[in-house]
Write a protein that binds this ligand. Structure first.
Ligand code: SAH
Length: 398
């Protein structure tokens, strides 16, 4: 028997959990002092001890864990994990079949029934992302479930929680065979160099797949493209393959330069014909204005929160000013691709930021496309915060 802690939930939040809300948030809990060891099973009960749901304790950002079932006495055993993973894998059947895309998400946290865990597939390799010490306690079940259900070349993992500064050599590798990195995966026919052994990120954010495709197929031919917060330059690669006249990629991180060159090279694009700048985006805006540079398309994909030497950027607070600076260097009839992964606000509010920025600069615009998460990033309607991605294609008009 697994040890179970009873977690008292304020009555005013009881219905929220009854309707399937999965996230155990601080404000709802009356006896958080009962939580000591991450990975402990918790039974959520209301003030009269009526059962609301069962989950685990794990600290993740401001959260205290996730509800995994609304069934009383459900045990979190091998069968439980096999079932959850099996359902999720079945739902990705079309992704496994499509040979032009060999990287996708096979398990998306609470969207697939287990908050705190995501699993991605990279051409035969699986990458487990553990978002708390708590979910990490279930590691053996999850790995065994993969072994029970699928064939794989190898399994890697990323601990995305505070490990107390302890560094364990080779902790990324879990099972199967080791890859030789980079491995090259495909996304809609495009090559992507991927590293599964280099810290938290692999080189590509899979949630932007649909956006990269449409940028290549519909919006790049003959255009000048500025890609800000460009990381490994994925949007630039797709734009170049779509026939862009020139791409300019801007990112603060030193590693973005060799990483972006590498992504161009694995697609046989001459990186010397493209521009890659390691610099603060906000300085680049000033530089562009001073030098009267403007672009047919500007891509904005900032992190929801970032601190650089001179700037602190928060999407919720600063997206309007980011857009204002962007509007100034976008040609008339040009396109702004505004993206955010901030879960603290929704699409309506994001469109409000866009409206505010255009009004402030006395320019007109038209929204021509919007995107949210692709199907492999499964979400549930009870947890809107999980549907974090918002991408809006904005045409600047006269
Ligand atoms: N658009 C990328 C993902 C962006 S990740 C893609 O499609 O793959 C966020 C990136 O923003 C990181 O690479 C980080 O180095 C960069 N960044 C954060 N603050 C920045 C700033 N002020 N100026 C330039 N780059 C910044």
């Amino acid at each position: 028997m697994q040890n179970v802690v009873r977690l008292k939930i304020k009555d005013k939040f009881a219905n929220k959990f009854k309707s399937g809300f999965p996230h155990i948030f601080k404000e709802a809990i009356l006896n958080s002092e009962a939580l000591t060891e991450e990975g402990t099973i918790v039974d959520l009960v209301d003030e009269k001890n009526n059962f609301l749901g069962r989950g685990y304790y794990g600290r993740q950002n401001k959260g205290f864990g996730w509800v995994l079932t609304q069934k009383e006495h459900q045990s979190f055993d091998q069968q439980f994990f096999d079932n959850k993973l099996s359902t999720a894998l079945d739902q990705r059947g079309l992704f496994y079949q499509d040979k032009s895309t060999t990287a996708f998400r096979v398990f998306n946290g609470e969207g697939d029934g287990i908050g705190g865990l995501t699993i991605e597939y990279y051409d035969g390799y699986y990458v487990l992302n553990w978002y708390s010490q708590g979910i990490y306690q279930f590691k053996e079940f999850v790995i065994q479930a993969l072994k029970n259900l699928i064939e794989f070349k190898g399994i890697y993992q990323k601990k995305r929680f505070d490990t107390g500064g302890k560094y364990i050599e080779d902790d990324d590798f879990v099972a199967g065979e080791r890859g030789e990195f980079p491995i090259t995966v495909k996304e809609n026919g495009v090559n992507v160099a991927v590293y599964l052994n280099e810290g938290p990120m692999t080189g590509i954010f899979l949630d932007q797949r649909q956006v990269r495709k449409i940028i290549r197929d519909k919006y790049s031919q003959g255009k000048t493209v500025l890609n800000t917060f460009s990381y490994t330059g994925a949007f630039s690669v797709f734009a170049a393959l779509g026939g862009a006249k020139k791409t300019t990629s801007v990112d603060l991180a030193n590693r973005s330069l060799p990483k972006t060159i590498e992504q161009f090279q694995v697609n046989n694009i001459d990186d010397k014909q493209q521009e890659i700048r390691v610099m603060d985006v906000f300085n680049y805006f000033k530089y562009a204005v001073k030098n009267k540079l403007s672009f047919d398309m500007v891509i904005l994909d900032p992190p929801s929160f970032a601190r650089s030497k001179k700037h602190t950027f928060s999407a919720a607070k600063d997206y309007v000013s980011l857009l204002k600076e962007t509007i100034a260097i976008t040609d008339d009839q040009g396109l702004i691709v505004a993206s955010t992964n901030a879960s603290s606000f929704g699409m309506d509010k994001f469109k409000g930021f866009i409206d505010k920025a255009f009004k402030a600069t006395n320019k007109k615009y038209k929204i021509i496309e919007t995107f949210t998460l692709p199907d492999d990033f499964k979400t549930i309607k009870q947890y809107k915060e999980g549907d974090y991605l918002k991408v809006v294609f904005i045409r600047k008009i006269k």
